[in-house]
Design a protein around this ligand. Structure first.
Ligand SMILES: NC(=O)c1ccc[n+]([C@@H]2O[C@H](COP(=O)([O-])OP(=O)(O)OC[C@H]3O[C@@H](n4cnc5c(N)ncnc54)[C@H](OP(=O)(O)O)[C@@H]3O)[C@@H](O)[C@H]2O)c1
Length: 252
């Protein structure tokens, strides 16, 4: 029998923000490939829908460290070890420079940077349980090309938060490697989602034209990167930030 380099079947994954957009694409992509997938989000209706589709859905508000630790406790009660943690839940805030409010820093940095840190910290016992040097556990942070290049939108705390999560990825990769946990980030370009809907409604042609490939991302594009990072194929990669953006940032 040949070992499938990209096999993720039998692995257990937690995807935060798995009720919508990129998180839902990742959660369903892993589920379809035989993983056991737990997701977390706030909205009860969306969680119910996810359960009907075969996902284990936990309610959590990741805006506070306490909320992150509560989710970690729920996860520990639900699963016996975690192979993959996808820190995907995120939020943005747009406002003109002169009016950009204090609250936009607090909310966005807490969810986009502090929550991935606290959740990784709180879930380390779960992530370490089955991890070996040969087959490490995987943390995958969802960053953004807005943390690589300067976006055109007035989303100051968002772009800063995404640059921060890329750096946190490298920092944690150094410290968690010896504990058999890899930490990588995916920096998506534009994908259909609630967050992207207003931009795509107004500027879809422009957004597509910015990519040498002339289109926005499809579910397979981000699932492919997650499957690579989660499987045997990605076990020697840590501290990397992988743009999945149709070349928007890399060819700028
Ligand atoms: N779409 C893109 O083009 C794009 C590009 C680059 C990067 N990204 C990144 O991809 C990630 C997903 O974004 P998306 O575009 O897919 O957005 P989305 O459709 O708005 O999804 C956001 C997800 O996060 C969850 N969430 C939001 N606040 C939360 C909180 N306080 N506690 C727990 N869960 C929370 C939401 O569920 P509830 O509302 O039910 O809580 C939802 O499942 C984000 O990190 C974003 O920055 C997206």
């Amino acid at each position: 029998m040949t070992l499938d380099l990209f096999d993720v079947s039998g692995k257990t994954a937690l995807v935060t923000g798995g009720t919508s957009g990129i998180g839902a694409m990742i959660a369903h992509g892993l589920l379809e490939r035989g993983a056991r997938v737990v997701i977390a989000g706030r909205k009860p209706d969306a969680l119910e829908e996810a359960r009907a589709a075969g996902l284990t859905a936990l309610q959590a508000n990741l805006s506070t460290p306490e909320g992150c630790r509560e989710l970690a406790e729920q996860v520990a009660a639900e699963v016996d070890g975690l192979d993959i943690l996808v820190n995907n839940a995120g939020a943005t805030w747009g406002a003109p420079l002169d009016e950009f409010p204090d609250a936009a820093w607090d909310r966005v940095l807490k969810l986009n940077v502090q929550a991935p840190f606290t959740l990784t910290q709180a879930l380390l016992p779960q992530l370490s349980r089955a991890a070996t040097a040969e087959n490490p556990s995987r943390v995958i942070n969802i960053g953004s090309i807005d943390g690589i290049r300067v976006p055109r939108t007035a989303s100051y705390s968002y772009s800063s938060s995404k640059a921060a999560i890329h750096q946190l990825t490298r920092h944690l990769a150094r410290d968690l490697g010896p504990r058999n946990v890899t930490v990588n980030a995916i920096a998506p370009g534009p994908f259909e989602s609630k967050m992207m809907a207003p931009i795509l409604a107004e500027l879809r042609d422009e957004v597509e034209a910015a990519s040498p490939l002339g289109r926005i991302g499809r579910p397979d594009d981000v699932v492919g990167a997650v499957v690579y990072l989660s499987s045997r194929a990605g076990s020697y990669l840590t501290g990397a930030v992988i743009p999945v953006d149709g070349g928007i940032a890399t060819t700028l």
